[in-house]
Design a binder for this molecule. Sequence first.
Ligand SMILES: [Fe+2]
Length: 388
Amino acid sequence: MPFYHKLGDIPHKRHTQFRKPDGSLYREEVMGLEGFHGIESILYHHFLPPRAARVEDLGPVCVEYADFGPLRHRAFKTAAFPRGGDPVSARRVLLGNHDVTLAISRPTHSMDYFYRNAQAYEVWFTHEGRGTLRTQFGSLPFQLGDYMVIPFGTTWQLQLDSPEARFFVIEAASQIEPPKRYRNEWGQLLEHAPYCERDIRAPQSLETHTERGEFEVRIKVRDRLTRHILDHHPLDVVGWDGYLYPWIFSIHDFEPITGRVHQPPPVHQTFQGHNFVVCSFVPRLFDYHPQGIPAPYNHSNVNSDEVIYYCDGNFMSRKGIDQYDISLHPSGLPHGPQPGATEASIGKERTDELAVMVDTFHPLNISVQALELEKPEYMDSWLEGDGL
Ligand SMILES: [Fe+2]
């Protein structure tokens, strides 16, 4: 999405004859968002794209949510989250609303089928593990810290090169893209952006398979899963060009924006979606005003639920939080450092924390699965001391 890209062989002019070595035509497919008004790519297939030998219903894929109960800060422990299966089947949603869902996946196997989410963009944040994202737009190797951004309708498969992996998965009914305020009217990332086009990895190697056989593609749409059995390999693209394709940005390439006094959460913003943002907290120097307080101020995130996935390092403003935990600070009550954390931060020069934050502009529901991981004592972590 961030810029025009092309891979493989394409004809000089779109919608013109483009022939295989045997003289028959390649099959052109235009993939365009928002009724061809949004970004698009044009792909050239070896086989007819609509062709499926068999179609089967695999049933609904709705998330079961629990009652939120009284308003309070929540935390969930995912260190011992159940593992097993492939990345998509291992995924379990913990928090979600109509705009976005947040899930954890701890796979131990690669996918032996292909997947296409026709109702959502997906971002797979790689906390642990490495492998290859194979798509019809080409392949992308991934490793620790990589955000894999996968658009609507992409046919893909994750191959693991590690015995297991751990992902924080963001799934949204809207496009997930770099923040608008960091782009000029032509889409180019501006000088004050915390990353630029050089940090974005587009597919570089195209897999063009022409073999016949039986190949499974699982398609998510209308909150159901459908199995299509193709009589040809789904990665049959000989070339494509456009703006719509999967890409990777590493959290380790996010350049933190710091200041003399505490900088507000938007400086950490990495992506935007409809009614939510994704932010990256990365190792950085603290505020350098001589009287500065590095710990954040108490804040009321009005009209916003704030979720943080704690990846690595020491998250200095939070007590009772461990690596792999997820906190939820819902709209309706302020939050901030626990007793003593503000004083303890004074004089500190840097942090080595690594975390992913998702702020949603509508309340998040808690899944039944998340309740099993809850740390019920979290709300009481502000009660130590005399309250001053
Ligand atoms: Fe906050």
